[in-house]
Design a protein around this ligand. Structure first.
Ligand code: GDP
Length: 601
C-alpha cells in the first residue's frame, strides 16, 4: 500500500489504538500491520493497544501521515431476536391492552433443582388454593399469590423442552435462572442466559440449595456478576433470591420477586384482540387424539375456534385447564389443553385462530410452497457466505456467532478479537457473540444457532454426532478452526465482503399445472396457467409438489397454442415440456427462475 516517493495521505489517529482498529483505519489487513510492527521490533497481537507514536510509524510505512484526534465511542448494537408473538402484539390497539398474569419459565443446569422448584411452588400454592389439589400435567400451571395469578411453564424433563429453550423460552415473560449454590455457573447456566438474552426475557436468579453445607452463594453471585448478571444489592439490575426448593425456604421471596419484576415489565394483552399464543407441548393420546397445551398470549380462545399451529390445525372440540377441569374459554396467560388438532404441533410454535379449517389448509399450502422454495434456495441455511449475502441485502445488520473452544485460554482472546470487528463502510456491520463457552458443539448450540440465525465457530472442538446431524438438517454452518488468525481473517473477509460470491436463484414466475397431455416427443407436457411473473424459455424450472421439489432442470419446449414462444406472461396459458422430466401431475407448481452470482462485495 505504501506509495514510495509520493506525498503521504493524512489520517487521524487517537492517542491509543488497537492493532485491529489501526488496520481498519489504514484499510489494511491486521496481519499486514502486525508484520510492519514486527519489522520495527515490536511483537503485538490484534487486540493490543499501541500508542500514537508507534501507530504513526506503522502508518508512515504504509503510506499515511498520522495526526492525533480524540477517541470516539462506538455505539452498541441492539438485540434483534424477538419472539413472533411479541411482534404480533405490537400490532394490537394500544388502548385495548390490559394487564395479564406473568408467564414464568424455569431454566438452569441439569440437577440444579428446576423440577424440585416447580414442584415446591406447585405444592405450596395448590395445596393452599384448591380442594384435593389434583393437577394434571399439561406442561404449565397457574398459582395465586397475594390475589394475583402467575403462570408457570412446567416442561423441564420433556424432550420438547430443549427445543423450546432454544426458541428463547418463547412464551415466557420472565425466566427464573436456577443456579445451585453448591455448584455455581455451569455450561447450561450460560446457555440459559444466552437464550434469555436473545429472547429479551427478564431474568430472576434463584440461588438454590442454600440449605447445603457447601453452599457458597456469594461466590456464585460473583461468578454471575462476572458474566454480566449483576445482583441488585451490588448495584446491578437482576434480583437474586437465595432459596431451597427441597426445604421450602425462600419460595415466598421468589414469588414476591416475580410480581415485582412483572409490575416493572407491564405485561399486557388484548383479551378482545386477535387470538394467538405459543404451543407449550403436544402429544398423540390413545383416547383423545392430539392433545396440545396452548398458552394464550392475546385474545380469548374458545371451544369451537379453529386453531392453526405450524402444519397442524383443527376445530377445538374441548378444552381443559391445568387441573383437568373442562373450560370453554381461556384468556391471556392461561394455559389450556385442547382437543381437536389434526397433527401434533411443535413445542415453541406460534398458534393463532383462523376463520375456518379451509382457511387453515390454504395457509398451510402456501407456507409449504414458500418453504419448498426456501429449501431450494438454501436461504435458511446460516453459512457465513449466505449470512453475509443477507447482510448485503439489508436483511441482517450483524453477523451472529456462537463460539465453542477447547479451553478458556483460547476462548477469551477469540471472543475479544471478534466482538469488535466491524466491516466499516456505510453499513458498518458488526459481530455479535450470542454465546461463547468451552466444550464440544452440542445440539443445544445448534438449536441456539437456529433460533438466533447464528453460525457456529468451533476452535479445536468438534460437534458431537447428534449436533452434526441436527446442523445438517437445520442448515446451520459449523466452521472449525485451529488457528486464531485464520478464524479472525475469515470473519473479517465475511464482514468486508471478500468471500467467494454465492449463487442465488431469482424467481421470475410461477405457473400451475391444470392438465397433463401426452406428447410424442417428450412423453408428457404440462398444460399450465402462469399465475405470476413469467415463464421464460431459457430460464430454469423447478417442479413443486406438496411443497417439495419434484424436479429441477431446463425447458425442452414452451408453447402458446401450437407456437413455440420464448416467454409466457401472467394470466396466459401455455404448454411446458421439460428436459428429463415428464411425470407431471395436476396441481403441480412450476417455478421459473434464473441463477445469478451475487457478489459478496
Ligand atoms: P433439575 O435437573 O434441575 O430439574 O433438578 P432436580 O429438581 O431434579 O434436582 C436435582 C437434585 O437436587 C435432586 O436430588 C433434588 O432432591 C436435589 N435438590 C433440589 N433442590 C434442592 C435444595 O434446595 N436443597 C437440596 N439439598 N437438594 C436439592
Amino acid at each position: 500500500m505504501s506509495e514510495n516517493g509520493q506525498e503521504n495521505k493524512t489520517i487521524e489517529l487517537p492517542v491509543s489504538i488497537t492493532v485491529r482498529e489501526l488496520a481498519q483505519t489504514l484499510e489494511a489487513s491486521p496481519i499486514e500491520v502486525i508484520k510492519t510492527l514486527m519489522a520495527n521490533g515490536m511483537m503485538a497481537n490484534i487486540n493490543q493497544e499501541i500508542d500514537f507514536d508507534t501507530a504513526a510509524i506503522v502508518s508512515a510505512e504504509m503510506g499515511f501521515e498520522a495526526v492525533p484526534i480524540q477517541v470516539v465511542e462506538e455505539e452498541a448494537i441492539e438485540e434483534v431476536e424477538v419472539p413472533l408473538w411479541r411482534k404480533k402484539l405490537e400490532e394490537e390497539d394500544l388502548s385495548q391492552l390490559e394487564r395479564r398474569p406473568p408467564v414464568v419459565a424455569i431454566l438452569g443446569h441439569v440437577d440444579h433443582g428446576k423440577t424440585s422448584l416447580l414442584d415446591a411452588i406447585r405444592d405450596t400454592s395448590v395445596a393452599a388454593g384448591e380442594a384435593g389439589g389434583i393437577t394434571q400435567h399439561i406442561g404449565a400451571y397457574q398459582i395465586e399469590h397475594k390475589g394475583r395469578t402467575i403462570t408457570f411453564l412446567d416442561t423441564p424433563g420433556h424432550a420438547a423442552f430443549t427445543a423450546m429453550r432454544a426458541r428463547g423460552a418463547q412464551g415466557a415473560d420472565i425466566v427464573i435462572l436456577v443456579v445451585a449454590a453448591d455448584d455455581g455457573v455451569m455450561p447450561q447456566t450460560e446457555e440459559a442466559i444466552a437464550h434469555s438474552r436473545a429472547a429479551q426475557v427478564a431474568m430472576i436468579v434463584a440461588l438454590n440449595k442454600i440449605d447445603k453445607d457447601n453452599a457458597a452463594p456469594e461466590q456464585v453471585k460473583q461468578q454471575l456478576a462476572d458474566i454480566g448478571i449483576v445482583p441488585d444489592d451490588w448495584d446491578g439490575d437482576t434480583i437474586f433470591v437465595p432459596l431451597s426448593a427441597t426445604e421450602k425456604i425462600g419460595l415466598e421471596d421468589l414469588l414476591e420477586a416475580i410480581l415485582l419484576v412483572a409490575d416493572d415489565l407491564e405485561i399486557l394483552a388484548n383479551p378482545q384482540g386477535e387470538v394467538f399464543g405459543t404451543v407449550i407441548e403436544a402429544e398423540l393420546t390413545k383416547g383423545r387424539g392430539v392433545m396440545a397445551t396452548l398458552l394464550v398470549q392475546n385474545g380469548t380462545l374458545r371451544t369451537g375456534d379453529t386453531v392453526l399451529a405450524g402444519n397442524s390445525y383443527g376445530r377445538i372440540k374441548a378444552m381443559f385447564d391445568y387441573t383437568g377441569a373442562k373450560i370453554t374459554e381461556a384468556g391471556p396467560s392461561v394455559p389450556v389443553s385442547v382437543m381437536g388438532l389434526s397433527d401434533v404441533p411443535k413445542a415453541g410454535e406460534l398458534f393463532n385462530v383462523v376463520e375456518s379449517e379451509k382457511a387453515a389448509r390454504e395457509i398451510i399450502d402456501n407456507r409449504q410452497l414458500e418453504a419448498g422454495r426456501k429449501e431450494a434456495d438454501a436461504e435458511s441455511a446460516a453459512s457465513l457466505e449466505q449470512l453475509f449475502a443477507r447482510v448485503q441485502a439489508g436483511e441482517e445488520d450483524e453477523l451472529r456467532l456462537i463460539i465453542k473452544a477447547d479451553v478458556q485460554g483460547s476462548l477469551e482472546p477469540i471472543v475479544s478479537s471478534v466482538k469488535d470487528l466491524k466491516s466499516g463502510g456505510e453499513q458498518n456491520i458488526g459481530v455479535k457473540v450470542i454465546h461463547a463457552a468451552t466444550g464440544r458443539i452440542t445440539n443445544d448450540d445448534v438449536m441456539l444457532a437456529s433460533a438466533t440465525k447464528s453460525i457456529i465457530i468451533g476452535f479445536n472442538v468438534d460437534p458431537d454426532n447428534a449436533a452434526k446431524r441436527l446442523a445438517d438438517s437445520e442448515g446451520i454452518s459449523i466452521r472449525k478452526y485451529k488457528i486464531i488468525y485464520h478464524l479472525i481473517e475469515d470473519i473479517e473477509k465475511a464482514l468486508q465482503g471478500m468471500l467467494e460470491p454465492v449463487e442465488k436463484k431469482i424467481l421470475i414466475g410461477r405457473a400451475q399445472v391444470l392438465k397433463v397431455f401426452p406428447s410424442g416427443k417428450y412423453d408428457q407436457v404440462a398444460g399450465c396457467r402462469v399465475e405470476s411473473g413469467e415463464i421464460r424459455r431459457n430460464a430454469k424450472i423447478r417442479v413443486l409438489r406438496e411443497g417439495k421439489i419434484a424436479f429441477e432442470g431446463g425447458i425442452a419446449s414452451l408453447k402458446r397454442h401450437q407456437d413455440d414462444v420464448n416467454e409466457v406472461r401472467e394470466g396466459f396459458e401455455c404448454g411446458v415440456g421439460l428436459k428429463g422430466f415428464s411425470d407431471f401431475q395436476e396441481g403441480d407448481i412450476l417455478e421459473s427462475y434464473v441463477i445469478e452470482m451475487v457478489s459478496a462485495v
